[in-house]
Structure formats: C-alpha cells, structure tokens
Design a protein around this ligand. Structure first.
Ligand code: SAM
Length: 292
C-alpha cells in the first residue's frame, strides 16, 4: 500500500483492491457500490500514460462529435477473447474477496456494460452471491461507433452494434442469515432502502450525467454523477447504518455520496494520480448541490 487518508467519515487507500481486500476482516462491510474497470485494459498504467500524453492507446473517440469536443473514452468493443477471459479472471478473484468481507444480506451494486456483464454476473454467482436484478440508467453514452469502421460513407444505413442508450448496474446480495427481517435486525442489511416510504426502489432510473461543476472538481474519465451515486448509496443501506465500500473509487464519487448522506465509507484506488484527485475532490463533491 502506498498512501492512505482518513477522517471521521471515510478512509481512502491508494492500493490494489485485490491485494488490499485480502487483509480486510471478514464480515466488516455492509454494501459495495462500485464502478470497476470493466474493460481492464483501459486503466492499466501504460494505457493511462498514453491517455495523459494525449496519444494513442485504447482511449480513443473522435475529438469532435456532434460538433462538441469530448474527453477520450475507452473503446470497450475492442475486447477480444483473451481480454474477455481477463475480465472473467479478474472478477473471479474479486467476487470471493468481496463475499468474505461483506456481512450477510449485504448488497453489491456494480456498474457494468452489456458486452461484459454476463462474465461479471457469472463470477459473482459462482462466488455465492444471489443475482438480484439489474438497474438501468437511461443515458446516451458515446461508446463505440455504430457505423462500420472505414465504411461509414459507403454503408450509410448500417449499424454494427446498437447505439447504447442506457447504463447497466448489476445487483447482487450475499445470502441472508434466516429471513430478511432477522437479517435486517442483526446486520442492518438484506434489503434496499426505498426512495421514500411510498415508493419502492425502482430498476429504471433517469439521472442526468455529471455536469460541468462536478467535472471541474473531479476530472476522471469515468466520473459518475452525484445525483446517481447519492440515490444508489442511500438505497444500498436499508436502515441507513453500516459502512459502504468502493474498491474502485476513481475520483471518489461513491465516497462523496456516502459522506453527503452522513454514511461511513471506505474507498480504494490503484492509480496514485486518481487517489490524489479523489482526496481533493471528495469534500468538493459533497458540497455540490445537484438535481436528479
Ligand atoms: C471506472 S473507474 C471508477 C470511476 C468512479 N466511478 C468515479 O466516479 O470517479 C475505475 C477505477 O478503478 C481503478 N482501478 C483499476 N484497477 C484497480 C485495482 N486493482 N484496485 C483499485 N483500483 C483499481 C482505476 O484506476 C479507475 O480509477
């Protein structure tokens, strides 16, 4: 482990989660809300270096799209069979570690992507988690071109892949001990918190993307909007008690959301620049007023 920082609300570590998790106590976290590096290639040190230099690598998108300049994004459609095996192997290591550190009934909310979600789900179910459905956030992403590469003029009526109009979150639960009511009483977990007493937790969400003020304080390529993270983190602890873990914290959007909600959290980030970014961004994200 290289660096860490702690205050009365959260602890964040600059570490490799897969190693870090191995030294955590069993049954010590009550929810995981995270956005893993699902392509795995894009967040390796060589690819991040290329992105930081603004040259080459997996981080590509046309600089201008619809007349607007955008940041480079990872190209998930380039995953080959070997990469997919890598994604499966990574989650086969991650899922049992998470299972061990979570209390019974704890939920895992995991941002995913249609091209790899089946591999992630397989790994989590093999580790003993129950699949508890999927949450769809309606949002137009810019990933992947839909026209044939080098053939966009010639084949104008052709889409090679559906244009993605949603973001997928996978939902898992460590099995409860006894009935849900017993598990709730004993561990404060086993269920999801309703947005309000009259409204069940839904699996279809409309939340706008991270706005400029959020990006200004947390310039991470995969930054999740506070409106979304506050909604999900709140739901992850049914009684509003316990500790939320984000093992792939990035700029700290989960940790900021938990702090905003008055909940305790722990974040882990491998890249030291993103760790430093999170350290300064979290308090600013907490203070942001967002609508969702
Ligand atoms: C998709 S991003 C998460 C971004 C985050 N949702 C946010 O709003 O800022 C995934 C993050 O996981 C980090 N990461 C990749 N492998 C890791 C590992 N083994 N342990 C900890 N962090 C890792 C990457 O550096 C990246 O910042």
């Amino acid at each position: 482990m290289r660096k860490w920082y702690r205050n009365s609300h959260y602890t964040i570590y600059n570490a490799d989660s897969l190693e870090w998790l191995g030294s955590e106590r069993a049954n010590s976290y009550h929810a995981v809300v995270t956005d893993p590096p699902f392509g795995l290639v894009e967040y390796t040190a060589p690819e991040l270096n290329k992105r930081r230099k603004g040259r080459g690598g997996i981080w590509r998108l046309p600089n201008a799209f619809d007349g607007a300049k955008r940041q480079p994004m990872p190209r998930f459609t380039v995953l080959n069979g070997h990469d997919r095996m890598g994604v499966l192997a990574f989650h086969l290591r991650l899922a049992p570690e998470l299972f061990r550190v979570l209390v019974p009934g704890a939920h895992v909310m995991l941002s995913s992507q249609c091209l790899v979600s089946y591999l992630v789900a397989q790994a989590f179910c093999m580790a003993g988690f129950e699949a508890r459905g999927q949450i769809v956030r309606v949002v137009k992403t810019l990933r992947g071109g839909d026209r044939p590469k080098f053939g966009d003029k010639q084949y104008r009526d052709v889409s090679v892949i559906p244009r993605s109009c949603f973001e997928l979150w996978l939902l898992f639960r460590k099995p409860c001990v006894g009935r849900v009511i017993e598990n709730l009483k004993r561990f404060g977990t086993g269920a999801l918190r309703r947005p309000s007493e009259d409204t069940p937790f839904p699996d279809l969400l409309q939340v706008p993307p991270a706005r400029r003020p959020e990006r200004a304080v947390a310039n991470h390529p995969s930054l999740k909007p506070q409106a979304l993270m506050r909604f999900l983190v709140r739901a992850s602890l049914p009684l509003g008690k316990g500790v939320v873990l984000d093992p792939f914290m990035g700029a700290g959007s989960t940790i900021a959301a938990a702090t905003y909600l008055g909940l305790k959290s722990v974040g882990v980030e491998l890249d030291s620049k993103y760790f430093t970014m999170a350290k300064s961004a979290i308090p600013k994200l907490v203070d942001l007023e967002v609508t969702g």
